[in-house]
Design a protein around this ligand. Structure first.
Ligand code: NIG
Ligand code: FE
Length: 390
């Protein structure tokens, strides 16, 4: 197996707690050896071993690739008019999801595959090396299974979200739709997914109540899926406590939380994933990241890339928002978008640069990670393509 020695790393973010150099485990003037798809050695340049090939990054910063632990990439259609209406004052309530459902059902497999692959390329160009992808714009047995099959062509982090909203044709009988999600739809989708998620949001007439969510998540768990939950997006609700009680890996949004929610999260391994691109794109108040961090809650940042509440695939943008709008330090934000979001996916092989981890790396056109929030909107981050190295 060919080994590659990467040099010219002005700053290496390792996220390795054993390094004892701050939250990010930073090494200055660093080197990394990669063998195949794994990290084989990490340290300072002056102690680096030899390798078959060398790649000089010329004084750039190198980070663990961004882990986007929350996205909805399998969709067709356009909702830019809904965004414009929102900027004119129309609030978001989840009703627009039906527009994407109609367009997604009408699209062919090849059309959807092209859309997903273009969105993933867009993510890699901005430094994302792992992405979780949810279904949720099919909402029939066949359309949900198709979305997961397509998502599975691009990632192993696939999430069944048949409980995104009650589709328009099922509105007269919500209970029958919940039965379908827990029965035939789950049976078809469980073999295609790692995770199950539910949009638990009693404030939205389209989403699911605490009791409905509990049934759906329990059925998913019985079918062998691991749990994640959308909760606290539009108002406080039962979703955070439910996620903690059922042992979900992550509860996402967490924009509206009670102090009991924060206490429950602090005493649990459930990660709180914040999605500030949503608050930006829905012009809503941001989650109180400081309260969560100060309470000791494990936190993550992700894009939530979707056609309704945040059509941005950019983790650098999310990091800039987290620092500027949520009071996170640059170190906390970078950690949350790498190690934090890896934890939200229960992964220990990504989000960290240490021997044995995946060689998923992101390089900056800058000497330090501080430039991520310092240079918002500037495309300085990209996934390091080791296959393209000379
Ligand atoms: O995470 N909140 C539920 N689902 C998405 C939005 C989906 C849409 O509006 O299309 C979210 O924000
Ligand atoms: Fe979402």
């Amino acid at each position: 197996m060919t080994s590659i020695l990467i040099t010219g790393i002005a700053e290496l973010v390792t996220n390795d707690p054993e390094r004892e150099s701050g939250l990010l485990g930073v090494i200055g003037d660093a080197a990394v050896v990669v063998e195949g798809d794994r990290i084989a050695w990490v340290g300072t340049l002056n102690t680096a071993p030899d390798a078959d090939r060398r790649q000089d990054l010329g004084g750039r910063a190198l980070l663990p690739g961004f882990v986007d632990s929350h996205s909805h990439l399998v969709f067709a259609g356009d909702r830019s008019a809904e965004f414009a209406a929102r900027m004119a004052g129309v609030p978001y309530d989840g009703g627009g999801i039906a527009v994407s459902v109609e367009a997604t059902r009408a699209a062919s497999d090849d059309e959807l595959r092209l859309l997903v692959s273009a969105r993933i390329r867009e993510m890699r160009r901005q430094g994302t090396t792992t992405v979780e992808i949810k279904s949720g714009y099919g909402l029939t047995v066949a359309d949900e299974a198709r979305a997961l099959r397509l998502a599975g062509e691009f990632t192993s982090e696939t999430t069944f979200l048949g409980a995104h909203v009650v589709p328009p044709e099922a509105r007269r009988d919500r209970a029958a739709y919940v039965d379908l999600v827990c029965g035939e739809m789950l049976a078809a989708c469980a073999p295609l997914a790692r995770w199950i998620d539910v949009f638990c949001e009693p404030r939205s007439p389209h989403a699911f109540t605490g009791e409905e969510s509990r049934r759906i998540l329990a059925a998913g768990r019985d079918a062998g899926l691991e749990l994640r939950v959308h909760a606290g997006q539009l108002g406080v609700g039962p979703g955070v406590q439910l996620a903690v009680e059922l042992g979900a890996a992550s509860v996402d949004h967490c924009t509206h939380l009670t102090s009991q929610d924060i206490d429950a999260l602090a005493g649990s391994p459930t990660v709180a994933t914040l999605l500030p691109g949503v608050e930006f794109s829905t012009r809503s108040r941001y989650p109180d990241a400081r309260a969560l961090i100060d309470a000791g809650v494990r936190g993550a940042l992700a894009s939530d890339c979707n056609p309704g509440t945040c059509y941005s695939s950019s983790i650098p943008f999310v990091i800039a928002l987290a620092v500027r709008e949520m009071g996170m330090t640059p170190d906390e934000a970078v950690h949350a978008a790498t190690a934090g979001s890896a934890a939200a996916l229960r992964r220990t092989d990504i989000g960290v640069v240490r021997v044995g981890a995946r060689a998923d790396l992101t390089v900056l056109e800058a000497p330090s990670h501080l430039h991520l929030p310092y240079r918002p909107g500037v495309p300085i981050a990209s996934a390091l393509d080791l296959t393209a190295l000379p």
